[in-house]
Design a protein around this ligand. Structure first.
Ligand code: SF4
Ligand code: SF4
Length: 245
């Protein structure tokens, strides 16, 4: 009869407050989506140029570099009278298996044409393996340049996050070379045109929220607190409350 205890716990939980709605402690509205980090890696899209042509040229570099082996690409020659991409070839088949993707962004780094990028969408779940394998028809952006919205995806903030794609960060980063600071290295994109260059790593005073760090350093003698010059917990040289190194 012990298994009835399990049912009793489950039944009791049905009437308790659901904590998963309030998934951001910084969000005053528990029903609103949490602000998305600028560099978050989410669901991919296949981009198109401003004239509507697809950027993917079917080179398979993304599939070759993927550590999870979750991309399947097949290229084909462009029809001369109705080309799909500006190159000789285009991505004829394109699939990503989201049961395996670890969102490392290496496919984005490898792509020579900025065709594959990752959006900020991380709220998508499936009820079948077939749904987890996104096909080209689902990955290529629509005529407005925005990602297609599948029934199991939460795109309620699409207007805010759709223009933010990961490769834009890569393509406009100066990589330490001062000659390239502020220079746009991003080709035009359907719906969003040419984006402004990424801002530098430094921020103006007052633009950074230091509240969490301030709270840690405010009471160095209390549990979880430390002085600004102390090494962080877990690092070499850290001393715990008992004073051992
Ligand atoms: S993000 Fe990483 S794991 Fe996912 S498809 Fe790209 S290379 Fe593969
Ligand atoms: S997405 Fe980029 S890397 Fe992958 S096949 Fe297309 S052009 Fe090549």
């Amino acid at each position: 009869m012990g298994y009835l205890d399990g049912f009793r716990v489950t039944f009791k939980k049905l009437f308790e407050e659901r904590l998963t709605r309030d998934y951001s402690k910084h969000n005053p509205d528990p029903d609103a989506k949490a602000p998305t980090a600028l560099r978050r890696h989410g669901r991919h899209v296949l981009n198109r140029y401003e004239d509507g042509m697809e950027k993917c040229i079917g080179c398979e570099l993304c599939a070759g570099v993927c550590p999870a082996r979750c991309i399947y690409v097949r290229g084909a020659d462009n029809p001369p009278d109705d080309p799909v991409s500006p190159g000789e070839r285009y991505g004829y088949i394109y699939e990503i298996n989201y049961l395996r993707c670890i969102h490392c962004d290496m496919c984005v780094e490898a792509c020579p044409t900025e065709a594959i990028t990752e959006t900020k969408l991380f709220e998508f779940s499936f009820t079948s393996r077939e749904d987890a394998i996104y096909t080209k028809a689902e990955l290529v952006v629509g005529d407005d340049g925005k990602p297609r919205q599948l029934p199991w995806e939460d795109w309620s903030d699409i207007d805010r996050v759709a223009p933010m794609t990961s490769a834009w960060m890569r393509a406009t980063a100066p990589s330490g070379d001062a000659d390239f600071v502020g220079r746009v290295a991003w080709s035009g994109e359907l719906g969003f045109g040419v984006k402004e260059p990424e801002r530098g790593q430094s921020a103006e005073e007052g633009e950074v929220d230091t509240g969490e760090a301030d709270a840690i350093f405010a009471h160095p003698g209390e549990p979880g607190g430390r002085a600004a010059h102390d090494p962080p917990p877990g690092s070499e040289g850290h001393r715990d409350a008992g004073g051992s190194a």
